[in-house]
Every structure is written in structure tokens, then in C-alpha cells.
Write a protein that binds this ligand. Structure first.
Ligand SMILES: [Zn+2]
Length: 394
């Protein structure tokens, strides 16, 4: 579960639990029972700060409520979550552990407190404890979506893909949502691991399952192409062409394999034709230009490659991939070899964001295409990062 999901769950606890099932009891106890906190001005002020996103002020106000009304379950629940969100994980665990140990909680309240404790334990890096905590909740409430989502995240982080697949399937049923894309990506991970371990049949099965779930699972196409490449390069090429047709915005991820597949099947010129047709459709596609330049340079035509690269540079001057290729091409063109070679090595060793990609959901940056965001845990959210030209700035 995301932190904001937990915060939302906490807010739901504030609004929902207090106003819903517990309402009749709360009315009876009124100012003397567990809902007495609601008459505190600090409570209203705390909610106001929460809604305004002023977390530290909200914590201060809600802390005062908790001091005056130590029985206030909902306040402590949210306060614990806020401590976790602000990095005070130890304190969050203390608060939620204290809640879990209380004897006056309903089953739903106890489950809720345990889910929050599980999230604290995960944030603190206690993976096994967090797993057990979420499993405890599911024993009490097998359909608890927050516990399932928490467990799902842990499985994904630990690369336990089969468990992740099972939990994600259950989540999809409970949410009544189409999880095909996520399930497909999980299958593709199963396939990638099997392939890396040399279990080709298992890998192929997983990639096919992935594509049956959702055709847009690009790494599954790439995996199938990798399997076919050695024995049947024509087949690999057709798999990659299909992938590019399904997800043209990801086409560049298939270029390198496609060039190899065409060469292996004795038709290297088909790659040139492909890049040229992409460039005719979209002259600004710097990746097709770069791929074609690489291909031409490898085929001993650095002068043609150089022209393409200068044009690619106009389209995306910020990306180091193009600059590196320019220098490699200059070297092939006979520009003084040694200093250029040193420059290329220095660039390759020093630059972190050589080919920046960014998560469209949380803006997390990475130096490559990632299928699952390590920050917001979403699948299929990365795109290449494009910076606009900075006119007038050198
Ligand atoms: Zn993200």
C-alpha cells in the first residue's frame, strides 16, 4: 500500500469508523467515552492542517488530542501513520503496537491497527515481521484489501513473483478491477528470471501468459524475441515488429534486438528500411535516428552516421547517448583517436543519467526503462524523459 493510501485509510478511520458502526455507542458515551476527542479544538485544527497538507502542524495538534484523550483510537492510528510518513518509524511502531495490544478494540479496529503496524515494519526494513503482520490480518479478515496490498508490495520487493501474482489476482477480484497489465508484468518477471536461469520452456510459457493477459506487456515481447533469436531470427523479428505495433511509444526498446534479428537472418538492410520509414513518419524521432546511425557506423559508413547524429542532436540535445555516439563516430572518421577515446571512457564512467526515464506517476527518475517503479510501486509508468530545448542558454 502507498503511504498516501494508508493516510487515506487513516482519514477514513477518522471519518468512517467514528461516524459509522461506532456511532450509536459513541453517542451514548458522548463526551466521556472514546469519541470525546471530537469536542477538542485541537482535533478540528489537526484535521484542518491534515487537509492542507501541513503534516507537522497536524501532528502537533493531534498529539495534543492524544495526550488529553489517550483512548482515542482513530487519533492514535493517524498519528502513528504521520510519524511513519515523516520518517519516525520507531515512534510509529510504538503507537500502533500500543493500539494492537489494547483489549477494547473491535475486530475491524484491530485489523486496521495491524495493517498500519505492518506498514511501519516494512518502512523500518523488518520484512519478515511485516509479512507476518499482514498475514495475521488476513487470517482475521481474508478480504482485507489494505493487508493484501501491503503483502503484495512486500512480495514484489522481494521478487517473490508467484506469490505476488496470487495476491494480485485476489486483489483484482475484490476491487472488481482489471489487473491484466500488472498481472502480465508479474508474469514477464517470472519469465525473465526463468530465462536468466536457462529454463527456456518455463520462460516462454510465462511470456505467453503475460501477453494473453495484456498485449501491452512489452518485456514479454522482448523475452519471446530473446528466446527465438538464436534458433529462429525471423520469428524473433516478427515478435518484435508486433510489439512495436502494439506499443509504438516503446518501439525504441526493440531496436537493438531487431537489428540483430535482421542481421542474423541475412537481411541487415531491413533495419535501415525500418528506421527510414519511422523517420519519414516522424522526422523528430531521435531514437530511430540514433539507432540507424549506430547501424551505419557498425557497417563502416561513419560519414552517413555523423549526419544523422547531428540531426538527432537538434531534436534532443540533452541526452548523453547521442553525444557518446557522436564521439565514437568521430573516432571512426579518423579524428585524433587517443583524446577522443579518453573522453568517451570518462563519460561512460561518470554520468549517471545516460538515458533518463521518468515515472509518469511520481516523477521518480532512473537511468533506464524500469517496468515497476521502485518509488510508487506502479507498473508500466516509465517513459523517456524529454527536456525541452533551453533557448538562449549555452
Ligand atoms: Zn513512480
Amino acid at each position: 500500500m502507498t503511504d498516501s493510501g494508508l493516510l487515506a485509510a487513516g482519514l477514513a478511520a477518522l471519518a468512517g469508523l467514528a461516524a459509522g458502526r461506532a456511532w450509536a455507542k459513541a453517542r451514548r458515551r458522548d463526551l466521556f467515552g472514546r469519541s470525546a476527542f471530537r469536542s477538542s479544538p485541537h482535533y478540528t485544527q489537526g484535521l484542518h492542517y491534515l487537509a492542507a497538507g501541513e503534516t507537522h502542524r497536524a501532528m502537533s495538534e493531534l498529539g495534543k488530542v492524544a495526550r488529553d484523550e489517550p483512548e482515542a483510537f482513530e487519533i492514535l492510528l493517524v498519528l502513528g501513520n504521520l510519524h511513519r510518513d515523516t520518517g519516525q518509524v520507531e515512534r510509529a511502531m510504538q503507537i500502533h503496537q500500543g493500539l494492537v495490544e489494547r483489549g477494547d478494540l473491535s475486530r475491524a479496529e484491530r485489523a486496521h491497527a495491524l495493517v498500519c503496524l505492518g506498514a511501519d515494519q516494512r518502512a523500518a526494513g523488518f520484512i519478515d515481521r511485516a509479512t507476518r503482520t499482514f498475514e495475521d490480518v488476513l487470517e482475521m479478515e481474508p478480504r482485507n484489501i489494505h493487508a493484501l496490498a501491503g503483502l503484495q508490495n512486500l512480495h514484489e520487493e522481494q521478487r517473490r513473483w508467484r506469490e505476488a501474482f496470487e495476491i494480485q489476482t485476489r486483489l483484482g477480484r475484490l476491487r472488481k478491477s482489471d489487473e491484466g497489465l500488472v498481472l502480465g508484468h508479474i508474469q514477464a518477471e517470472i519469465g525473465r528470471e526463468a530465462l536468466a536461469a536457462g529454463r527456456t520452456e518455463e520462460a516462454e510459457k510465462a511470456f505467453r501468459t503475460a501477453l494473453a493477459l495484456d498485449k501491452r506487456v512489452f518485456p514479454a515481447h522482448l523475452g519471446l524475441a530473446d528466446i527465438a533469436l538464436a534458433s529462429d531470427p525471423r520469428r524473433a523479428a516478427s515478435v518484435l515488429q508486433e510489439a512495436m505495433a502494439v506499443a509504438p511509444e516503446r518501439a525504441y526498446l526493440a531496436f537493438e534486438r531487431l537489428a540483430r534479428a535482421y542481421s542474423a537472418s541475412g537481411e541487415p538492410s531491413r533495419f535501415v528500411t525500418l528506421c527510414e520509414s519511422i523517420l519519414t513518419r516522424d522526422p523528430r524521432d531521435w531514437r530511430a535516428r540514433l539507432a540507424l546511425a549506430r547501424h551505419l557506423r557498425a557497417g563502416g559508413r561513419p560519414d552517413e552516421a555523423y549526419g544523422l547524429l547531428l540531426r538527432a542532436l537538434n531534436e534532443n540535445p540533452h541526452v548523453l547517448l547521442v553525444h557518446l555516439e557522436v564521439w565514437r563516430t568521430l573516432r571512426d572518421l579518423g579524428v585524433d583517436d587517443e583524446p577522443v577515446a579518453r573522453y568517451v571512457v570518462a563519460c561512460e564512467e561518470s554520468v549517471f543519467y545516460r538515458d533518463p526515464h521518468i515515472c509518469t506517476r511520481c516523477r521518480y527518475r532512473a537511468d533506464d526503462m524500469l517496468w515497476r517503479c521502485p518509488h510508487c510501486h506502479q507498473w508500466n509508468t516509465f517513459v523517456e524523459e524529454r527536456l525541452g530545448p533551453t533557448a538562449g542558454v549555452l
